[in-house]
Design a protein around this ligand. Structure first.
Ligand SMILES: Nc1ncnc2c1ncn2[C@@H]1O[C@H](COP(=O)(O)OP(=O)(O)OP(=O)(O)O)[C@@H](O)[C@H]1O
Ligand SMILES: CC(=O)N[C@H]1[C@@H]2OC[C@@H](O2)[C@@H](O)[C@@H]1O[C@H](C)C(=O)O
Length: 378
């Protein structure tokens, strides 16, 4: 029997709102014991630096390049992750020796799968030195080397959790509504399919930030006061992304927010919430069967307008919509837990991705191992 490891997963997602820290005990296979979770928000000036990095990184042709502020930003980002780990351990009454491994996602600043290029800021060796814990990082690159999209990586973790879903709810579809949304389809015959399903919250976040100076539409309240502008919604939903023969992963900038004159605040938010929900259903049309149940994870599940549209649209096809919590999981912690799980799989050389999840040519492992520097006796 494989050894059970205690791992911390660290996720800084495309919404760039902060660092999620989750604890997991796992053998990297079926055994999964979920532990504590902590979210450490970025202060607004640091978030602005991350957003600026999205422009600075545009000139990058090789994934190691760090032009402009990027090298300094990568160091600062890594030090913030180390601080988040320290805070987490302190709050849980744990020491670094209690943790076998950290799974470190870093911050995606560029993702161009059609060029084989994906860039996550995050210095694994520095994080290992700062925390005194071994780190697995850079988990997307090897998938791309083998012809994959480099994302999504979370499906194999959804698969590990799915035994908790009652038989009558299969086939089941996990949906993460983060900055971008992605889904995982699982069926009883071990089918596992994953792909990015469309814009999640980034368009809504950018819209309310520009027009109301707030980072997100709390509870979907602003959207609930508006009406869907059909022509605008159709412009997003008619994007070739949804009808292409093959599924591809998305960069944060693949969909851009509407121009200011195209809608007033609440109609814009309402339309974009509808686009988030309808995009998921449209993408689900590429699955081999329509799911009986959707399990919704990520911050978008807290937007009641998105959820209302999802319940209605999935209901038209007799499918149920559950929040991650209703299904017995933690919708905020899921991705950070996944990175802990992936780190343990990486250390065991188990596959992280499959032809059905990223389009990789064969199941492949991945990740770079950074050992904590040991003190040598003189
Ligand atoms: N109470 C809330 N009401 C409405 N929306 C919310 C709420 N809380 C969070 N969100 C939305 O969820 C987003 C964060 O979601 P999440 O942390 O799942 O994304 P992420 O992990 O950064 O992105 P990705 O999964 O694409 O990498 C916020 O930017 C916001 O738009
Ligand atoms: C390149 C990149 O960071 N992609 C993210 C992003 O955010 C959601 C979606 O797009 C997903 O493909 C992926 O993250 C999740 C955690 C994943 O890899 O499973």
């Amino acid at each position: 029997m494989a050894e059970i490891k205690t791992a911390i997963g660290l996720m800084s997602g495309t919404s760039m709102d902060g660092i999620d820290v989750a604890l997991l005990r796992t053998d990297g296979e079926a055994l999964v014991e979920r532990g504590a979770f902590l979210s450490v928000p970025y202060e607004p000036p640091f978030r602005d630096r991350l957003k600026q990095a999205l422009d600075e990184v545009k000139s990058v042709k090789q994934r190691e390049e760090r032009p402009g502020d990027l090298a300094r930003l990568e160091k600062d980002l890594t030090l913030r992750h180390a601080e988040a780990v320290r805070l987490f351990l302190e709050r849980q009454g744990l020491a670094e020796r209690d943790i076998d491994l950290i799974g470190f996602h870093g911050q995606t600043v560029l993702h161009r799968p059609y060029e084989g290029l994906t860039v996550q800021l995050g210095d694994g060796a520095l994080l290992a030195a700062e925390t005194g814990i071994d780190v697995v990082y850079d988990m997307r690159a090897n998938d791309m080397v083998h012809g994959g999209q480099g994302a999504p990586l979370v499906p194999v973790y959804h698969q590990a959790l799915a035994h908790k879903i009652p038989a009558e709810d299969w086939p089941v579809c996990f949906v993460n509504i983060g900055g971008i949304s992605n889904l995982t389809f699982l069926d009883r015959d071990d089918t596992i399919i994953g792909f990015d399903s469309g814009p999640g919250n980034t368009l809504i976040d950018q819209w309310v930030e520009t027009h109301a100076g707030i980072p997100y539409d709390d509870g979907g309240r602003i959207a609930s006061e508006g009406a869907v502008i059909k022509t605008l919604a159709d412009r997003y939903l008619d994007n070739p992304f949804f009808t292409a023969k093959t599924r591809r992963s998305l960069d944060r900038n693949d969909f851009r927010p509407p121009d200011g004159h195209e809608a007033e605040l609440s109609d814009g938010a309402r339309t974009l919430a509808h686009v988030s929900a309808a995009a998921i259903l449209k993408s689900a049309g590429h699955l081999p069967a329509f799911p009986r149940c959707f399990v919704i994870c990520g911050g978008g599940r807290l937007n009641r307008t998105i959820m209302g549209d999802l319940v209605r649209l999935a209901g038209e096809r007799a499918a149920a919509v559950l929040t991650a919590e209703q299904a017995g999981f933690d919708g905020d912690a899921m991705e950070a837990e996944a990175w802990a799980y992936l780190a343990v799989r990486s250390a065991r050389g188990l596959p992280l991705t499959y032809p059905g999840t990223t389009g990789v040519s064969r199941p492949v492992s991945g990740g770079v191992f950074a050992a904590t520097p040991r003190m040598h006796p003189v």
